[in-house]
Design a protein around this ligand. Sequence first.
Ligand code: GDP
Ligand code: MG
Length: 426
Amino acid sequence: MITSICGINWGDEGKGRMVDLLSRDYDIVCRYQGGNNAGHTVINDKGKFILNLLPSGILRENVVCVMGPGMVIDLKHLCGEIESLRKAGIIISPENLKISDKAIITMPYNVLQDVMEEDRLAKATGKPYGSTRRGIAPVYADKYLKKAFRMGELLNPDLLYKRLPDIVDWKNMTIKAYGFEPVKAADMVAYFEEYGKKLKDYVIDVGIYLNKANAEGKKIMFEAQLGALRDIDYGIVPYTSSSSTIAAYGPIGAGVPNLKIDKSIGIMKAYSSCVGAGPFTCEYFGEKAERLRELGGEYGAATGRPRRVGPFDVVASRYGIMCQGADEIALTKLDILDDYEEIEICTHYELNGKIIDDFPFTDVLDMCKPVFEKVKGWHCSTANCRKAEDLPKEALDYIHLLEKLCGCKIKYVSVGAERDACIVMD
Ligand code: GDP
Ligand code: MG
């Protein structure tokens, strides 16, 4: 049984929270793309955790976590994340954490490149990409240029150190062009020595492990970072991440391109939020935005940046559901709308006086205006609801309306950040 958990919107839909809950029925959770630009917040009986690199299944004792070849791994950051979880009493060992030998290593110079380029863009165009500045775009570029280092190389450091000087020289050509001090090969060796050594025992061919587990009938979950609209191919390029956030990439990014996904569960928020730059057609401004941002606590988990917010966007979500091949939806943060007497929904976009329903190309998005419709709110707390029949009628109406407008079954409704604050719909 293979299930994919993916984001329908711009990210921060509550994927970590849903993986933490749903992984109770799984044996293995694999992160299949992205790096430490992720911020997955999980709140359960063990405490509050913000996971950047580790799969959100790490908090369950009986779950094995896998970091797949589609990921980019900042060695120092991962060591820090493992250390802080250990301090909170979470057991992490090569028994329950397996890192793909094919996963890419994010280098300190990739982080520098990210900062240099965002600053250059801001100065030159006034329009930076809104990067988290954690080296993600440069390290994926290095991967496709075949200049990146992979986790498996930590097992043969002599070979790695032979390859290193030329790559550092090549990288310094870029760094110098930005007017920055070149990096030193010795510092890169120190990075591998200090952090790589701590991680090498976790490194295996995860494909062998996962195929064996699958043959034994183990249940496997793929966990995405970010959402469909941040995908490198299908998202709002260039305001996207640099990897594939799409469920169909799950088997490739997890290390098992031969396996097929049985179920894709899309995580979709009851309203919209978008961290960083780019077109965001349904965006609220002024007081409306402030109210929703405060109610939803919409500040980036990885960066602390205030997130842009708006009402639920049918056009974008329907596109996200298509991209993710979602079989069912988990609708999160319904409780954030408890206060509203009336709730807006962005049902269509208007482009040059015409109503459109298909999510357009990025450039065209900038010209689109949102069309809002209002529905009656429930205006009472849903935080303690645990069954569909506990929900007020207007909340059920809202859920059913989104289901109809998006054309996908809403199977789960989350009404709080804590593990059990979730309703399984009939
Ligand atoms: P992710 O990146 O998709 O894992 O999502 P984030 O963790 O970045 O953002 C989701 C935020 O909403 C986190 O702070 C969660 O604790 C919180 N959250 C998730 N589901 C719910 C919910 O149903 N209600 C409320 N109030 N908070 C939620
Ligand atoms: Mg997040």
